[in-house]
Design a protein around this ligand. Structure first.
Ligand code: URA
Length: 239
């Protein structure tokens, strides 16, 4: 049987408005299902029904995927009492069940996947899956080949935890160094703590990619776009 859901939920899920607003609009006759006005918010509709709000068709997308260029200064959470969240950057009229896949620190920039696909999120975050995450960083102090060797072998970031082998590429080694680091884990403050373990401080951090998903250079910090079909297929096929 086709999936059915309440009309008010259908519209609220699609970000037309809050559930309470949507109920009122339905009662006022602003919503049509298959060309007939429906005034009962509880009426069941299927995902294939033609639902129009003020004569604009609203199609039901059950899963959505956004690539966000996270700027510094916002937290990777769905809500926060103090700070703006990454979801505050996604426009109001979007759906309400989104969450960020994993966390970047408040001061970290770069690629963040925002979705409502819990299964994909789980696959990407599962420590067993060893999904590559590539970071660009500016590091205070001269990063050396010894650091690269230490990262290849794993460094101790907790009393009883050594990191998995990571690939460090030195782009510039100077008073302030520039590097790219590929890790397969996502421990709290992992990149910063790895550099701390070799006596250095990360002063700027940006995530460039996660698995097959690469940050779109056209996105400025704070901007986002939907993933393309190809990006979604590639991400899912890497499971
Ligand atoms: N490692 C960190 O230290 N911070 C991040 O935000 C991501 C990885």
């Amino acid at each position: 049987m086709a999936v059915q859901l309440r009309l008010d939920k259908f519209l609220a899920d699609m970000g037309v408005g809050a559930r309470s607003e949507v109920k009122q609009w339905i009662r006022k006759g602003r919503v049509k299902v298959n060309d007939s006005i429906v005034t009962k918010p509880e009426q069941k509709v299927s995902l294939e029904d033609m639902v129009c709000f003020d004569d604009t068709r609203i199609s039901y997308q059950s899963v959505v995927y956004y690539m966000l260029h996270k700027p510094a200064g916002v937290v990777s959470a769905t809500r926060d009492k103090v700070s703006r969240t990454v979801l505050d950057l996604i426009s109001d009229r979007q759906r309400k069940d989104l969450f960020p896949v994993g966390r970047l620190d408040k001061d970290t920039e770069g690629l963040l996947l925002i979705t409502n696909d819990g299964e994909l999120a789980h696959q990407l975050l599962s420590p067993k899956k060893h999904v590559d995450k590539v970071y660009y960083a500016k590091v205070s102090g001269r990063v050396t080949e010894e650091d690269a060797k230490a990262f290849r072998e794993g460094v101790r970031i907790e009393e009883d935890y050594c990191t998995l082998p990571a690939k460090l590429t030195i782009l510039a080694s100077d008073a302030i160094s520039e590097i790219e680091l590929t890790i397969q884990e996502g421990k709290f403050h992992q990149v910063k703590r790895m550099f701390e373990a070799v006596g250095k401080e990360v002063i700027y951090l940006k995530r460039l990619s996660m698995g097959s998903l690469v940050l779109d250079e056209k996105l400025k910090p704070g901007e986002y776009r939907e993933l393309t079909k190809e990006e979604i297929v590639l991400l899912k096929s890497a499971r």
